[in-house]
Write a protein that binds this ligand. Structure first.
Ligand code: PLP
Length: 295
């Protein structure tokens, strides 16, 4: 992804009442080094992040992403972000996006330099990859064992399962394994047989006319796109619910999607090599909605 712009942010405390953030946010050339070698994000993946979709110069669902950034920071014992400061940084970076088309805005909050106990943070703006084919033609998924049962988050909260941490090596390894199996992407299944999420996306299916998604408490990231889609479907009169979903229920669903902020809604067209019907009309209407400005 070609980076268009970058900002460094010196995080101030969440309860700092200032409204003038000058001196705490500065532009830098994305080609320049900005992260010091001792930064724990680079050394240990010790930090949290958010990826927001942008349509033209509008960043989608800023409040939902900032809320999740705060939740991830809290789960990781990082200082709570000052949301007014982050909003100001977002306002300063979005103007560098092209007036039309899609971009990716990343917010990154690291534990900072080893031994200094001062978090570091930065934002980047990049052109979005072309996701037309995934949205239109769908993707093939392989189900992969996540290696833990669905009660793991309550038994081992230190695994940070509900936080969007920078440690995505496992998620990327899962996508590579899915590709080795002839698929485009993975869907994780818990060791007790429940569908969880993709390595970078939430799962939604439709059964008996109802739209279902796995319970966030089962050790997954609560997706902003899934929440936005549920809100949209509910306002259109559809029934939506969080549920425990087995792999067999995913296989037999009327239709299923993986949904996320950048790729948006991609219909699942095959699961472990078994072809699946896709609902072209609903997919197109979901993506139309997701591409409209959302706050
Ligand atoms: N689950 C995981 C593990 C993710 O990494 C992501 C997005 O990156 C999602 C779900 C979907 O979240 P969102 O819709 O907020 O992009």
């Amino acid at each position: 992804m070609a980076l268009r712009h970058a900002l460094a942010l010196d995080p101030i405390p969440a309860d700092d009442p200032r409204s003038d953030f000058s001196g705490t946010i500065r532009s830098f050339d994305p080609a320049d080094p900005i992260v010091r070698i001792g930064d724990l994000s680079a050394q240990r993946g010790d930090g949290v992040f958010e990826s927001l979709g942008m349509v033209g110069r509008h960043a989608q669902e800023v409040s939902a992403h900032l809320e999740r950034l705060t939740r991830s920071a809290t789960l990781c014992d990082l200082p709570e972000p000052n949301l007014a400061q982050w909003r100001e940084a977002i306002a300063r970076i979005v103007v560098h996006a092209p007036g039309a088309g899609e971009s990716v805005l990343k917010l990154i909050l690291s534990r900072g330099i080893d031994g200094e106990e001062t978090p570091t943070a930065w934002l980047t703006l990049a052109d979005a990859p072309d996701n037309t084919a995934a949205r239109r033609d769908g993707i093939r998924v392989a189900t992969l064992d996540r290696g833990f049962a669905s009660d793991m988050p309550s038994r081992a909260p230190w695994l940070l399962l509900g936080a969007k941490t920078l440690s995505y090596a496992v998620n990327m390894a899962a996508i590579r394994e899915a590709r080795r199996r002839g698929a485009d992407d993975a869907v994780f299944v818990s060791s007790d047989g429940y569908v969880l999420e993709g390595p970078t996306a939430s799962v939604i299916l439709r059964q008996g006319g109802r739209y279902l998604t796995p319970e966030p408490a089962a050790g997954i990231l609560h997706g902003t796109t899934q929440r936005s889609i549920f809100h949209h479907l509910r306002s259109a009169g559809a029934e939506v619910a969080y549920a425990s979903i087995t792999r067999d229920e995913l296989l037999s669903a009327e239709a299923a999607w993986v949904v996320s902020s950048i790729r948006l809604a991609a219909p699942i067209v095959a699961i472990d090599g078994e072809e699946k019907e896709r609902d072209t009309a609903v997919t197109a209407s979901l993506n139309n909605y997701l591409l409209s400005p959302r706050d």
